[in-house]
Write a protein of this length. Structure first.
Length: 288
């Protein structure tokens, strides 16, 4: 399977934009039944997309599979906000300096070396580093569940549904997340492209709370399966701002003082462990 994934990754082109809305009602219904049968959150796509969006090959090797190939055919958000390509069809190589032994120092080094290429709109350097360390925390939690799945794997039927990112909602959520990172407040309901905003912070007060901090028993508004993210960027932004309103106004508190950190800290702690479990299952199904 690893050889097959490597081969597919080599021939896969960068995922530009979906040609047409991907909607296979029969497949969606079938996978919905499979997921419900094992008691998983039917809205798992948002949790997986959040933990997936900034993943790199080096992260996969550190947290999940040390033998992962250089090209892994899993979609991720393009961290280069200047690129017209919103979502990649593969996990990129980040250029981590592996002479640093700890993930914290590797993340700090990577963020500071690539500030001009990769960013989150209106985030300070401190907030960029905090975001990287937050993702490291989530992946550490997920890695423990991943180890369990290596011993007690999910069923092939369930894995097939997790891998089908075009129909299970993950790809749609990645497109929306990419736009939220680039255009903070785009789904607030009162988005003004000319007004500066701070990008949402995962799990914080007004950040991604509506999408990523709900427990498995709560409901949340996901991207409709038939929403089309293709076409002119300005048109996509306009349609998202009008049709995908969820009240997310962007980051409400920065890391200028201890009050700001307390808000981020509580946001980090509020994220349910079920999201890490779902992501671990996705990673297991994608890598094995």
């Amino acid at each position: 399977m690893k050889i097959l994934l490597a081969f597919l990754a080599q021939i896969a082109l960068v995922l530009t934009l979906p040609r047409t809305p991907v909607t296979d009602p029969e497949k969606i219904s079938t996978c919905g039944d499979v997921i419900a049968k094992v008691g998983l959150n039917p809205n798992f796509a948002s949790s997986v997309a959040h933990r997936l969006h900034s993943l790199t090959v080096e992260d996969i090797r550190y947290y999940f599979d040390r033998n992962a190939p250089e090209r892994v055919a899993i979609p991720t958000v393009n961290q280069d906000l200047s690129s017209p390509i919103r979502v990649l069809s593969y996990v990129p190589v980040s250029g981590h300096d592996t002479t640093f032994l700890t993930p914290g120092l590797r993340d700090l080094d990577r963020v500071m070396r690539h500030l001009k290429e990769f960013s989150i709109t209106n985030y300070s350097n401190m907030e960029m580093v905090a975001h990287a360390m937050h993702m490291s925390e989530l992946w550490t939690h997920a890695s423990r569940h991943y180890a369990t799945y290596m011993l007690m794997p999910p069923s092939p039927e369930l894995c097939k549904c997790f891998r089908d990112t075009e129909n299970n909602g993950i790809l749609q959520e990645l497109h929306l997340l990419a736009l939220k990172i680039k255009y903070p407040g785009i789904t607030s309901g009162d988005y003004d492209p000319s007004a500066p905003r701070r990008a949402s912070a995962a799990g914080y007060k007004l950040g991604y709370k509506l999408s990523y901090s709900l427990s498995s028993k709560e409901t949340q508004k996901l991207v409709p399966a038939d929403f089309y993210f293709g076409g002119n960027e300005a048109d996509v932004v306009k349609r998202v701002a009008e049709e995908l309103v969820d009240g997310d106004k962007g980051l409400d508190k920065g890391l200028e003082d201890d009050g700001g950190w307390e808000s981020w800290r509580e946001g980090f702690k509020s994220m349910p462990e079920s999201g890490n479990q779902e992501f671990a299952m996705f990673m297991y199904c994608s890598l094995n």
